[in-house]
Structures are given as structure tokens and as C-alpha cells.
Design a binder for this molecule. Sequence first.
Ligand code: PEP
Ligand code: MG
Length: 328
Amino acid sequence: KQAAYAEMRDVEPFTRDGTRIAVMMNAGLRDDMSALAMSGADGVGLFRTEFQFLVSSTLPQRDRQMRLYRDVLDAAGDKPVVFRTVDIGGDKAVPYLDSPLEDRDENPAMGWRALRLSLEREGLLKAQARALLEAAAGRTLSVMFPMVSEPWEFDAGKKVFEDQLSFLRERRKLVPEAIEYGCMLEVPALADMLDLLAPKLSFISVGTNDLTQFLFAADRANPKLAERYDWLSPAILRYLARVSQSLVGQNVRLGVCGEMGGRRLEALALLGIGYRRLSITPAAVGPIKEVIRKVDLGELSEQMGRWLASPPPSLRAELQAWATERDI
Ligand code: PEP
Ligand code: MG
């Protein structure tokens, strides 16, 4: 099986009816980049910049950040990399940014983390913006903000980058050739604001790990709740289908970067409700490409439409049977 997936490395993920699906990988460390060539992913759809912060005992200085981002872009060569600004705080606490004990979040996942923290600790985001802009000098920079819950947060995050860009230009420094800005969709409320937000974005990436824990109010880190919901539940899939529907005709690339996209049946479901870009764990790239090559997207979309209109007792069981019948 392993050898079969190695063969998939150079195979392009077209569906049977000819749609090219983008299969990217998630990464967070320099060392992860070797997986890009090995897996044959189309690029890095999510680079979790907080990993450098989490493995460091002191705040990584701007220059160290810059070197990491430059190495990552060098390693990626012609393939795109989406850098997500730090998602620290909450359960990804770092000692050197710790808030006083009395300020500790009781619900860290919903707490002071990610872009919320970055916008308040403006020095932190400024330094990261400078590091990213310098690292991508002469190339395309793709920046993504985590945990955006309202459009103004995106505007504020982007402004920090644009200010740093002006600063570099004034000093006649080499800057990126192009900058693409995007958002994670992982806070449920943002979905209802996409008509306002989407025109400002190059891409949206759905973070199903956080999104689904919020939709079901079930902590993703609590094993007692692991069985509470299924990624193939009609509630989640209807929600995700509405998001993709609402963006039809908008000039914005929509993808998924949560773990859900790396699982066979979940990937099928996502394809069936309009998702054409998946960013997944490197080990899943081969297996998911294989799934994509066996799918007739037209047939799958119609089937998903029927299942979501009147959900069967177990969509998972139905989808599994459907896939088995087609040797997927
Ligand atoms: C997500 O929430 O789905 C996601 C991709 O981000 P993280 O797992 O880093 O929170
Ligand atoms: Mg997340």
C-alpha cells in the first residue's frame, strides 16, 4: 500500500469527470517541508507558524522568524505556501506570553488566542508581518488569519501587514511581488458575514477542527466528548454546504484545512458539497488523491444533495456503502 501511494506522488488528482482538485498539505516546522516532494502535494495550504513559538522557551525574534519563513519558501520552490499568523494562547499557551493567573481563560479554545491575541499584542503581529514580508521579498506571500470572528478583525490584521509593507517600501526594501490575504473560517458566526468579507479575500480555508467543536459545543480536546458528533453528521455537512453555496460566483478560493479533509469518507463528502481544495496531513495526500481519481463528481454531488435533503439514519454507513460499490 505504501508503495502504491508513492506511485500517486506524480499523479494529478483529477476526478473521473475531469475536475482538478487541489491537494495541499499542512505543515508547521522546517523539517515538515521534505514531505512536500515526498507526498506530491500541490503546496502547503496551512503553515502553522505557532509551532516555532510553541517549541521555543523565549519569544522567537523577528530575524529568527524571517529565516524560518524564507527556508520554508525556498524548500517549497514553485509551490505555494499559505502562512497562518500565530494561533497561540488558549490551549496553545506559551510561557513567555502568559497572562496573569487571574486572567486565565476558563474556556481556552474560546478564549484569548490567535488573531484576538495578535491584534492586542500589536508588537507581536508587527514583527511577524515584517518577518513574512521580508522572507517573501520578490515572491508571492500568502497570509491567513486564524479565528477571525468578524470582518473587522480581518481588516485590522491586514492593516498591520499593509503598514509594514509601506514601511519597507519607504526604505526601498525589496517587498513581495504579490500578497494574497485569506481567512480561516473556524468561528461559526463568520459564515453569515461572508458576503461582506469574501470580496476582500483571495481565499478562505475552513478549519473544521475548531469549527465543529464550536458548532456542537463539544471540546475537541476532551476524549469524553470524542463520540459526541461525527464529521459526517448532517448538521455539519449542511453547514459546510451552505458555506460553499454562498460563495458560488465569488472570486475567492474555498478550501478546508482541518483533519476532516484527510479522511476518506469525509473527503468524499466535502467533494460532494462543492469543496475543491483540501489541505491535509502529508501522509493522507496519496490516499486522498487515489480517492479523488475514482470519483465521478457529478454523481457524488447529486447523491450528497439527496442525503442532505433527507438524511438517512447514518450518512456514514450510506457513504461507506456507496464508496465500496464503486471500489473507492
Ligand atoms: C482547524 O481548526 O481546523 C485548524 C486547521 O487549525 P488548528 O487545528 O491549528 O486549530
Ligand atoms: Mg483552528
